[in-house]
Design a protein around this ligand. Structure first.
Ligand code: CA
Length: 228
């Protein structure tokens, strides 16, 4: 079966050349032209390999890779860096890139690296994908299951979506209005108090000490922030 490759690259010329070249080698190539789109696709779909440019609009390649690895998505990745960015190589490998190539590179070289990585990639890599853990809580996005110390936690659909949104935007302060728009949607007419109530429910279910939350934090006057 043909291997699926996601190419995240914003230079149209390079996208065209790479797509052609990879298609000739019987790979199925999908493309994303900015970091956010690449990240979303890599999370939602299954690929055998990512080719990830470092300098990307909206979200750089390092951040995309870091985010994926934090979500337990271990799809092998080759980073494309600009000439002489030695620091990039080190950072990329530290973040879990499998290889890197410095632009401009030889197509034959890229193909050789791809083959080498695909040969050694375990076939069961997707088993652990989409699992996020914090404290003793485990969130399995693929099965929509949340467990705490191995015990299933019952979450209402809205609580689950709220948790997912917080995790996906961890370390960022998120306003109640944003949560209303993104988790409840424009159609609903809840108030920001609704958000507080649901955050409270999540804390009851997931925090070791709900009165002194350590994962779902209140940012006074601004909203909430997930750390973990
Ligand atoms: Ca670029």
């Amino acid at each position: 079966m043909s291997k699926r490759i996601l190419l995240v690259e914003d230079e149209p010329g390079l996208v065209l050349t790479l797509t052609d070249c990879l298609a000739n080698e019987e790979y199925l190539v999908e493309t994303a032209q900015d970091g956010e789109t690449g990240l979303r696709r890599a999370k939602e779909e299954t690929f055998d390999l990512l080719i990830l440019d470092v300098m990307l609009p909206r979200k750089n390649g390092f951040d995309v890779l870091r985010d994926l690895r934090q979500h337990g998505i271990k799809t092998p990745a080759i980073m494309l860096t600009a000439r002489g960015q030695i620091i990039d190589k080190i950072l990329g490998l530290k973040l879990g890139a499998d290889d890197y190539l410095t632009k401009p590179f030889d197509m034959g070289e890229l193909l050789a690296r791809i083959e080498a990585i695909l040969r050694r990639a375990p076939n069961d890599q997707q088993v652990t994908a989409e699992v996020y853990t914090f404290g003793d809580v485990r969130v399995d996005s693929r099965r929509a299951e949340v467990t705490r110390s191995g015990q299933p936690i019952e979450l209402a659909a809205r609580e689950y979506h709220l948790l997912r949104y917080l995790i996906e935007h961890r370390e960022a302060t998120i306003s109640r209005d944003e949560l209303l728009n993104e988790v409840w949607g424009y159609d609903a007419m809840p108030t920001t108090r609704t958000v507080d109530v649901h955050v409270g429910l999540l804390r009851q279910k997931l925090e070791p000490n709900p009165r002194h939350p350590q994962f779902i934090l209140t940012v006074h006057g601004l909203g909430y922030k997930f750390v973990g």
